[in-house]
Design a protein around this ligand. Structure first.
Ligand code: HEC
Length: 429
């Protein structure tokens, strides 16, 4: 029984190592970095963050818009404002294929990776699409969970360490948390998918509220979607299995009176790990205070005060046969109109090969205005006056205009200027 007892501790130790390596170290270490970059406070980023991020990026997906020579080098990527993902292990992958993302240019479709504490992949590009079907920004999803993730991960590591040190029944029971970890993640993820599919605002294309697919292939408007678990999920499963095995072995061993007594040595060890956990928690808290996480959360939440979808505004009285017919007709007309729009978009995609545009235009404007500015869902931009367009976009940006805010939010005045310069040269091509 001694063997089972020690094996239980070793298995718990293995679970702890996976947890620390895959989740705790990268998420606590990187915490607050994206906020600091966004706020232009790059000098506040601790020096250790650069090698940490670079180390975890090996073999990870990086946006295809990112130039080859800066990939995997955080400092250079910040310098040229590239899209940066969090370094913890990605747990789930969501990817999308659409006519305007041809296979030659996007061999992996348009992937976004969901992590405990954030996102990585083509998040910006995905937001443009989401906006186009009236869906909220991806950062809005799991917003509270993501903020709490580093703290929760620290607690979990503390729990596993205490399980190894003590033989208390209470700590044993708490092992149910790491055992259920993969299900916990899927539950939270599923909830937010539901939220996204049911908190729609008016986009260029109107879609009915729906449940985005959690696992497997699906379809949204003209987009084909794929969703499946990736490495981080299997890490969670291994933590779960190791914890369960450790738990069972310990219960068995302790039944055969292996000493459950707390000794001085155990207390001493426990104090050490508690201090380490407390320090990590305080460090995270100081970072949160420094980057003002609370204000940032409420700002993001404020951008999606859910507006009711048209169908819920229908008169409260029971509609007569006539009005019901009318509603049906209207819906039919809407459906036809949308089918036409989709067709227009698909035709535009055909000309993508011949027509060269910058990544800035391609990812931000092309989905709505067509690859060559000819217009699709959005208006035709060819032939418009350059100054008038810049003026319009600055107005849109200032007024937080719905159709453009998703893209303009991320663009500086200079970037707007340069993309308009480009558009005004389209006609010559
Ligand atoms: C989600 C779809 C969408 C995206 C993305 C988008 N637009 Fe638009 N854009 C529209 C729609 C729809 C209109 C028409 C709005 C209206 O008339 O009120 C429009 C209008 C405009 C206008 C004004 C045209 C006029 O007639 O005055 C300009 C300029 C413009 N967009 C440029 C851009 C640029 C540049 C980008 C990329 C940075 C962009 N848009 C991204 C959908 C979009």
């Amino acid at each position: 029984m001694k063997v089972a007892y020690w094996l239980s501790k070793i298995l718990a130790g293995a679970a702890l190592i996976v947890l620390m390596y895959g989740f705790v170290v990268p998420s606590v270490g990187f915490h607050g970095t994206l906020e600091r970059i966004k706020d232009g406070k790059v000098e506040d980023i601790p020096a250790y963050v650069y090698p940490l991020w670079n180390f975890y990026q090996k073999d990870r997906y990086i946006s295809i818009n990112t130039p080859q020579k800066v990939r995997g080098d955080l400092r250079k990527m910040i310098e040229i404002s590239e899209e940066i993902g969090v370094p913890s292990m990605p747990v789930w992958k969501f990817s999308l294929e659409a006519p305007n993302y041809p296979k030659e240019a996007f061999p992996y479709g348009l992937p976004v990776f969901i992590h405990f504490d954030g996102l990585s992949g083509e998040v910006h590009e995905m937001n443009t699409i989401n906006h186009y079907v009236g869906m909220a920004h991806m950062e809005r999803g799991g917003i509270y969970e993501r903020a709490l993730a580093p703290y929760a991960l620290i607690m979990l590591a503390l729990l596993l360490a205490l399980f190894m040190i003590y033989d208390s029944k209470w700590i044993d029971f708490l092992m149910a948390i790491p055992v259920l970890l993969p299900f916990l993640f899927m539950g939270i993820y599923g909830y937010w998918l539901y939220w996204f599919g049911h908190t729609l605002q008016s986009g260029a294309i109107t879609i009915k509220p729906f449940m985005p697919i959690l696992l497997g292939d699906g379809k949204v408007a003209q987009f084909t979607t794929h969703a499946f678990p990736v490495i981080g999920f299997w890490a969670l499963v291994s933590i779960s299995v190791l914890s369960l095995a450790a738990w069972i072995l310990k219960v068995k061993a302790c039944k055969n009176h292996v000493d459950r007594q707390a000794t001085f040595l155990r207390h001493g060890l426990a104090v050490c790990v508690a201090i380490a956990a407390l320090w990590a928690g305080l460090y995270t808290l100081m970072t949160d205070i420094n980057v003002n996480t609370l204000a940032k959360i409420s700002a993001i939440v404020g951008t999606t005060k859910p507006k009711p979808v048209t169908e819920t505004i229908v008169q409260p009285q029971i509609p007569s046969v006539n009005t019901q017919e009318m509603i049906e007709k209207e819906r039919e007309a809407e459906r036809k109109e949308q089918a036409l729009k989709v067709k227009a978009l698909e035709e535009r995609a055909g000309s993508l090969g011949k027509f060269k545009v910058s990544p800035l235009y391609k990812s931000n404007c092309a989905p709505c205005h067509g690859v060559n500015g000819e217009g699709a869902m959005g208006t035709k931009l060819l032939g418009l006056k350059q100054e008038a367009m810049v003026q319009k976009l600055l107005e849109y940006k200032q007024q937080q205009e719905e159709m453009h805010i998703a893209v303009l939010d991320h663009m500086s005045k200079e970037e707007i200027q340069s993309v308009i310069d480009e558009i005004s040269r389209f006609e010559a091509q």
